[in-house]
Design a protein around this ligand. Structure first.
Ligand code: AMP
Length: 115
């Protein structure tokens, strides 16, 4: 845990947030500023600041973030129409919280390329 990390505080229950999914290693909750009708963030319980900080021993939890995303998409009813998963790395890509998180966005048409 990183004591000054917002998402570590959410994992620790210091900031009350309703989890839409949780397991031993991952939790998910709705984005506070949703960019689509469904906008959920899937995060590891472990503090990993950016994609650049992912270690070989984190491979299982990174994979689990996607199986969680798949289950969340099914529960949200967006799995068949389609949804987007995004993980931004560092400021230049728009990362603003430095604890990795997989955005799961759906419920509206998506355009490509992203801005
Ligand atoms: P990124 O810009 O990729 O780092 O995404 C960070 C996301 O965290 C943004 O979409 C924010 O809206 C979201 N966010 C920030 N604070 C909270 C919070 N307290 N609860 C839920 N989502 C948050």
């Amino acid at each position: 845990m990183s004591s000054d990390c917002l998402f570590c505080k959410i994992v620790a229950g210091e900031i009350p947030v309703e989890f839409v999914y949780e397991s031993d290693t991952v939790v998910a909750f709705r984005d506070i500023s949703p960019q689509a009708p469904t906008h959920v963030l899937v995060i590891p319980r472990k503090h990993i600041a950016t994609i650049n900080d992912i270690a070989p021993e984190d491979e299982a939890v990174i994979g689990h973030m996607y199986t969680a995303a798949k289950e969340i998409a099914a529960a949200e009813g967006i799995a068949e129409d389609g949804y987007r998963t995004v993980m931004n790395c560092n400021e230049g890509a728009g990362q603003s919280v430095f604890h990795i998180h997989l955005h799961v966005l759906g419920g509206r048409p998506m355009t490509w390329p992203p801005g």
